[in-house]
Design a protein around this ligand. Structure first.
Ligand code: DGJ
Length: 715
C-alpha cells in the first residue's frame, strides 16, 4: 500500500479508495496529491510542484510544503512554531529518513483511530530535521486499506543541546490545488453544529476554540468542497481533529490557486517547553475524501469512527432505550419519585433508567457539591445501591450522571483542596454555573477523580454513566506549573482528562459511557474514542433537533448521537409538537425519553409503546446501517434522511410548516442496492430502483410540525 519510488523520490500511499502522494524536492518534503486512487504507479512521476515560470523566491511562497515552518520564505500559516533561546524562530526541515510499517502505532496518551489487524492499514513515518537546532519531526501518515481516510500526526523531538519552546505543534497539513467552498459546523448552547457553507475566499479562515473544550461554537471539523459538489455528487474532503480541547483548523487560499489546510492544537493557547531529549506528540487528524458528495464524506467518517475510533464492548452493541429524569424533575426528586417514573418506564418497554444531576452531596440546585461524590441520603435514604437494585427489579438497567471534572466552592473537596481548581495565582477564581474546574493537569487530581468515580461505580450495579462537563475555563492556570509552564496547562488538562477516562472506561468495560457538555459542547472524535456516544444537545425540541442532528451527521455517526423525546411545551423553545413527531426525530439517534412518563396521557402512552416497539425492531439499521441525508432543513420546510442495511430501508421525512393546499411531495431514496426488492408499509412489493427513481410520498398528517417514518423491509 505504501511505496517509495527512488527515481521520482515520491511516496505513494494507496488505499482502495484514496491515494496520497508526498515527494522530496531536494531535501524538503512536499505534498503533491490527495484524492481518488492513482492506479498507475508511474502517475507519481508526473506530479510536480514546479511551476517553471516562477522565480525561486516566489516558489517558496507557494510550494506545497508537507510541514511548513517559519522564517524560510513561506508566508502562509506554518504547521509548527519553534522558539529558540535567543527568541529566533527560523526553522528549516530537511528529510533524514523514513520507515514504513504495517498497521498503525498507538499515540501515547491520546485518542486515535486504530487497526485490529496489521493488514488493515500501513503507516509511513518520515523524519525531518532542522540542521541548526536539531529539532526532529516525525510526520506519520496512516493509509487505511478499506476506508477513504488518512490519519496524520507529528512527533516533535529535541535532538539537540538547546532548550526549545514549541508554540505551535500542528497535527496535519494538506495542500490541495484549487479553490474550495468551506463547510463548517458552528453554533451555541442549544443549537450546536449548524451547517454553514461559504464560497471560496482568498483568505486564511480558521475555525477554533480557546475555551478548554472543543466547544458548542465551532466543531473541530471542516469540509472542503468543489463549488459544484452537493450532498450526492462531486468531490469533497472532510478534516477532523481527534482532540477535545483548544483546537484550530485553518484553511488558507493563496493567490496561486492553492489551498492549505492546517489542523492543530490551538497555537494561541499553547506553549510547550521541549528540553534536550524530550518529545511532544501532537493529536491525530483525519482526512476523508469523497467523489460522491457530502454524503460520501460523512459515510466514510461514520464507518471509520464507528468501527475504528470508538472502542470497547459497546462499540458494536445495540444501544439501550433509556429514560433520563433531568427534564422530569431537575434536582428535585426522591427515591419514590424516581421509582414512579421507573415503573412507568418499565411498563412501556424502556431498558435503562438514568438518574441525572442532584443525587449527591446536598445538591438541590447547581450551587454546590460537585466533587463530593457521595449519595445524598435526604433524597435517597436507602442509598444508590438500593435504588439501582429496585430499578433492576423492574427489569431496567440503572445509569448515573456525574460531572467529574468540576468542583463546587461549596464542597468538602474544595474546603480540603482549594488549590485543586484551575486558577491564576493572585487573581479571583471566576465561577461559572457557580462552579470551578478541577485542575486535571495534576496527577493527584487525576488520581482523586479515578478513585472517586471508581468507588461510585463499585457502589451499585451501574450500567451506564453520563459524563457531563458544564463550563469552560477563564483563568487556565495550575498551582503546580509556575516554572514558566502555564502555557502548557490547556493541553496538560486534556492529557490528564484522557488518562482519567482511559483508566475509568477500561476498568469498567461493561459500562456504557455517554459524554455530555452542557448538551454537546464537546462532541468530537477525541471523546468518542473513550465514550461511544455523546448527548447531542440540551435542546430536545423536535424541530430544532432536525437542524442539530442533520448538522452533527456531517461528521459523526448516528450511533454516537443521543436523541430523546421530551415533554411539551418544550423546555428550551416552548414549542408544542406531537408525540409522534418527537419520536420520529429521536429515531435518528440513540433513542430515549427525557420526561415524566408517569404523567403522560393514555394516548401518548400508547404512542410511546409503539415507538419503543418500532425502535427495537429497527435500531440495528439506524445505529449500524448506512445513513444518508436527503433533504436539508437548512434549505426549506422539508427535511428527510434515510437509513439502510441488508434488512431494510427506512425513510424519515419531516415538515416544519405545512402549506395550505400542499404541493406534491416525493422523496427519492438514494444509494439502495440496485437489485434489492422491498415490502412497503402497506404490503406492496417495490424495487429499490422505484424507491430511488420514482420516489416515495411520505405519509404526512396535515399540520405544522409533522413527520413520517416509513419502513421498507427487504425481501
Ligand atoms: C447539562 C446536561 O446537558 C443536561 O442534560 C443535564 O445533565 C444537566 N447538565 C445537569 O446539570
Amino acid at each position: 500500500m505504501i511505496t517509495f519510488d527512488e527515481a521520482s523520490r515520491a511516496f505513494h500511499l494507496r488505499g482502495d479508495q484514496l491515494s496520497l502522494v508526498l515527494k522530496l524536492r531536494e531535501n524538503e518534503l512536499m505534498m503533491c496529491y490527495l484524492g481518488a486512487p492513482l492506479n498507475d504507479p508511474e502517475a507519481t512521476h508526473y506530479l510536480s510542484d514546479l511551476r517553471a515560470f516562477l522565480s525561486f523566491d516566489t516558489l517558496r511562497t507557494i510550494l506545497p510544503y508537507a510541514c511548513p515552518t517559519e522564517g524560510r520564505g513561506d508566508y502562509r500559516p506554518p504547521m509548527i512554531r519553534v522558539k529558540q533561546p535567543s527568541g529566533q524562530r527560523c526553522t528549516e526541515l530537511q528529510y533524514t529518513s523514513h520507515r514504513i510499517e504495517s498497521g498503525k502505532p498507538k499515540l501515547a496518551g491520546l485518542p486515535a483511530t486504530y487497526t485490529e489487524s496489521p493488514d488493515e492499514a500501513e503507516t509511513l513515518t518520515i523524519t525531518l530535521r532542522d540542521p541548526y537546532t536539531a529539532l526532529e519531526v516525525d510526520l506519520s501518515y496512516t493509509i487505511f486499506k478499506q476506508h477513504a481516510a488518512i490519519a496524520q500526526s507529528a512527533l516533535y523531538r529535541n535532538a539537540g543541546q538547546m532548550p526549545l519552546v514549541l508554540d505551535g505543534a500542528g497535527s496535519m497539513c494538506l495542500s490541495l490545488p484549487g479553490q474550495y467552498d468551506l463547510l463548517h459546523l458552528h453554533g451555541a448552547w442549544g443549537r450546536e453544529r449548524m451547517v454553514q457553507r461559504l464560497a471560496p475566499a482568498a483568505l486564511t479562515r480558521t475555525v477554533q476554540s480557546t475555551r478548554g473544550a472543543s466547544g458548542h461554537e465551532h466543531n473541530p471539523f471542516v469540509a472542503l468542497l468543489d463549488p459544484k459538489t452537493d450532498e450526492f455528487s462531486g468531490e469533497c474532503y472532510g478534516v477532523n481533529l481527534v482532540y477535545s480541547g483548544d483546537f484550530a483548523i485553518s484553511v488558507d487560499e493563496d493567490g496561486y490557486n492553492s489551498t492549505r489546510i492546517l489542523a492543530s492544537i490551538n497555537p494561541s493557547s499553547f506553549e510547550w517547553q521541549l528540553a534536550p531529549g524530550e518529545t511532544f506528540q501532537s493529536p491525530e487528524a483525519i482526512c476523508v475524501h469523497s467523489t460522491c458528495g457530502l454524503n460520501g464524506m460523512s459515510q466514510a467518517l461514520h464507518r471509520l469512527y464507528r468501527t475504528r475510533l470508538c472502542r470497547g464492548t459497546w462499540r458494536d452493541k445495540l444501544r439501550p432505550i433509556l429514560i433520563n429524569n433531568w427534564e422530569a424533575t431537575y434536582h428535585n426528586f426522591d427515591h419514590d419519585k424516581i421509582m414512579d417514573i421507573a415503573h412507568a418506564a418499565a411498563d412501556v418497554g424502556v431498558e435503562l433508567f438514568v438518574l441525572d444531576d442532584g443525587w449527591f452531596g446536598h445538591r438541590d440546585s447547581d450551587n454546590s457539591s460537585l466533587g463530593d461524590w457521595v449519595v445524598d441520603r435526604r433524597k435517597l435514604p436507602n442509598g444508590l445501591d438500593a435504588l439501582a437494585k429496585d430499578i433492576n427489579a423492574l427489569g431496567l438497567q440503572f445509569g448515573l450522571w456525574v460531572e467529574p471534572e468540576m468542583i463546587s466552592p461549596d464542597s468538602d473537596l474544595y474546603r480540603a483542596h482549594p488549590d485543586w481548581c484551575l486558577h491564576a495565582e493572585g487573581r479571583p477564581k471566576s465561577e461559572s454555573r457557580q462552579q470551578l474546574i478541577l485542575d486535571m493537569s495534576r496527577a493527584d487530581v487525576q488520581d482523586y477523580v479515578v478513585e472517586a468515580i471508581g468507588s461510585v461505580l463499585r457502589s451499585a450495579p451501574i450500567s451506564y454513566i453520563k459524563w457531563d462537563m458544564n463550563r469552560n475555563y477563564l483563568e487556565a492556570g495550575s498551582a503546580l506549573l509556575n516554572d514558566g509552564r502555564q502555557g502548557e496547562v490547556a493541553h496538560r488538562y486534556m492529557l490528564g482528562l484522557y488518562r482519567v477516562m482511559e483508566q475509568i472506561t477500561t476498568s469498567f468495560p461493561d459500562v456504557l459511557f455517554e459524554s455530555c457538555s452542557g448538551g454537546s459542547g464537546r462532541f468530537d472524535p477525541g471523546m468518542l474514542h473513550y465514550m461511544p456516544q455523546t448527548w447531542t444537545s440540551d435542546d430536545t425540541d423536535a424541530i430544532e433537533r432536525l437542524y442539530i442532528q442533520y448538522g452533527t451527521s456531517m461528521a459523526y455517526p448516528i450511533s454516537a448521537m443521543g436523541a430523546h423525546v421530551s415533554a411539551v411545551p418544550n423546555h428550551q423553545v416552548g414549542r408544542v409538537t406531537s408525540m409522534r413527531m418527537r419520536g420520529d426525530v429521536a429515531i435518528g439517534g440513540n433513542f430515549g425519553y427525557e420526561l415524566d412518563l408517569s404523567k403522560q396521557s393514555p394516548e401518548d402512552i400508547e404512542e410511546i409503546r409503539r415507538q419503543i416497539e418500532q425502535v427495537k425492531a429497527v435500531r440495528s439499521t439506524t445505529q449500524q446501517g448506512t445513513f444518508t441525508r436527503l433533504l436539508s432543513p437548512f434549505e426549506g420546510d422539508l427535511c428527510a434522511w434515510q437509513f439502510h442495511d441488508e434488512h431494510r430501508a427506512i425513510l424519515c421525512s419531516y415538515i416544519k410548516m405545512m402549506q395550505p393546499n400542499p404541493r406534491d411531495v416525493r422523496v427519492r431514496m438514494r444509494n439502495l442496492p440496485e437489485d434489492a426488492t422491498y415490502r412497503t408499509p402497506s404490503g406492496q412489493i417495490i424495487s429499490a430502483r422505484a424507491l430511488m427513481q420514482v420516489g416515495v410520498r411520505p405519509q404526512f398528517e396535515y399540520h405544522d410540525f409533522t413527520s413520517s417514518v416509513m419502513i421498507f423491509d427487504r425481501i
